[in-house]
Design a protein. Structure first.
Length: 182
C-alpha cells in the first residue's frame, strides 16, 4: 500500500508538472534528454555523484568458501575488541535496524546469529582485524585499509584483499562510508 501511494504521488507530481505552462522565450526549442522514471524509495541512501558512496553505504563483495556476498550497508562505532578500544566497522548485505546498531557494534548478535552476512573490522592504532560472517574466518595485519580516513565522525576506506593468506578461499573487495555512532 505504501509503495502504491509513493507511485501515485509521483504520478500526480509528473502530471502536474507537465501541465504547467511555460513563458515563451526567443530562444530556439531544444529537446530535453529522455529520463528514466524515478526509482521507488529505498532504505539505502542515494549517492551524491555517480560512483560516490553516501554515509551508510558499502559497495563490493566478499567471497568465503566459494560463496560471494554483495555488501551494501556500512556502520561504525567504538567498542572493545581483544582488550583494546577499537573502531569497529560493519559492512553488511542487509540493513541493521536502527535500534540494534549499538548492540551489533558491541557484540554482533545479528552477524553471529547468521541473520545478516558481512565483514566485521576492528581497527586500532597498530593493527587491523577482519572477520567474515557467517564463516568466522579471521585475519589480522598491521596494514590499514586503502584510502582510510576518519573525519568529523565519518570513516571511509577501501579493502582490496585477494585472499593470499587463505589460498584464495577468502577474499574481499569493498569500499565504504560510515557514520561513527556514539
Amino acid at each position: 500500500m505504501k509503495r502504491f501511494l509513493v507511485y501515485a504521488f509521483c504520478f500526480f507530481i509528473l502530471v502536474g508538472c507537465s501541465l504547467t505552462k511555460k513563458a515563451p522565450t526567443n530562444q530556439p526549442a531544444q529537446s530535453e534528454p529522455t529520463r528514466a522514471p524515478a526509482a521507488p524509495a529505498t532504505t539505502q541512501p542515494a549517492s551524491s555523484q555517480p560512483g560516490e558512496l553516501s554515509v551508510g553505504q558499502a559497495s563490493g563483495t566478499y567471497t568465503a568458501k566459494g560463496e560471494t556476498v554483495e555488501l551494501k550497508y556500512a556502520y561504525a562505532g567504538r567498542a572493545e575488541r581483544f582488550g583494546t578500544e577499537s573502531l569497529v566497522i560493519l559492512l553488511t548485505d542487509k540493513p541493521i535496524p536502527p535500534d540494534a546498531v549499538a548492540e551489533e557494534i558491541k557484540s554482533t548478535p545479528l552477524l553471529e546469529g547468521e541473520k545478516i552476512r558481512g565483514l566485521e573490522y576492528a581497527i586500532d592504532e597498530n593493527s587491523m582485524w577482519v572477520r567474515y560472517h557467517p564463516s568466522q574466518y579471521q585475519e589480522s595485519s598491521s596494514n590499514k585499509l586503502k584510502e582510510y580516513k576518519v573525519e568529523n565522525d565519518i570513516v571511509s576506506g577501501v579493502d582490496d584483499n585477494e585472499g593470499n593468506l587463505s589460498g584464495g578461499k577468502y577474499e574481499r573487495k569493498v569500499k565504504f562510508v560510515a557514520a561513527i555512532s556514539k
